[in-house]
Write a protein that binds this ligand. Structure first.
Ligand code: SF4
Length: 120
């Protein structure tokens, strides 16, 4: 029996996971999302990334970004390396793509702030 804390919502349910048989059995969560999370964690764990990229603008030297969908947990450092190579030179707006299909993972890195479009 394994235990995980569900991170899907602030309730943080403790999930009890029995993967000794043919199928993974999950108990302890208050909803099905916890079971789905536990199965994904055991088979193909994914995470989101929220971070910043450098810009050329002195008044806003960094731009908040995130990935448009969850990426495999074991590729987080690879994606962070790609993000750290970028210096934004355009006044991007929230939702604009900073890196398209980063590392072929099917997720874009997108701006999450309008700060660059507001500076003069
Ligand atoms: S099992 Fe459901 S209620 Fe509990 S933390 Fe996960 S998403 Fe929230």
């Amino acid at each position: 029996m394994k235990q995980l804390v569900c991170i899907v919502c602030p309730n943080g349910c403790t999930l009890n996971i029995d993967d000794s048989g043919d199928e993974i059995k999950v108990t302890g969560g208050k909803c099905k999302k916890g079971s789905d999370f536990a199965v994904a964690e055991l088979t193909c764990p994914k995470r989101t990334i929220c971070t910043t990229v450098k810009t050329v603008f002195k008044n806003a030297p960094v731009l908040p970004v995130r990935v448009s969908s969850d990426i495999p947990k074991d590729r987080i450092f690879d994606v962070m390396n790609e993000i750290n190579k970028i210096t934004v030179k355009d006044k991007l707006k929230r939702g604009d793509v900073v890196i398209q299909d980063v590392l072929g993972l099917g997720a874009d890195v997108i701006a999450t702030s309008d700060i660059l479009s507001l500076i003069t």
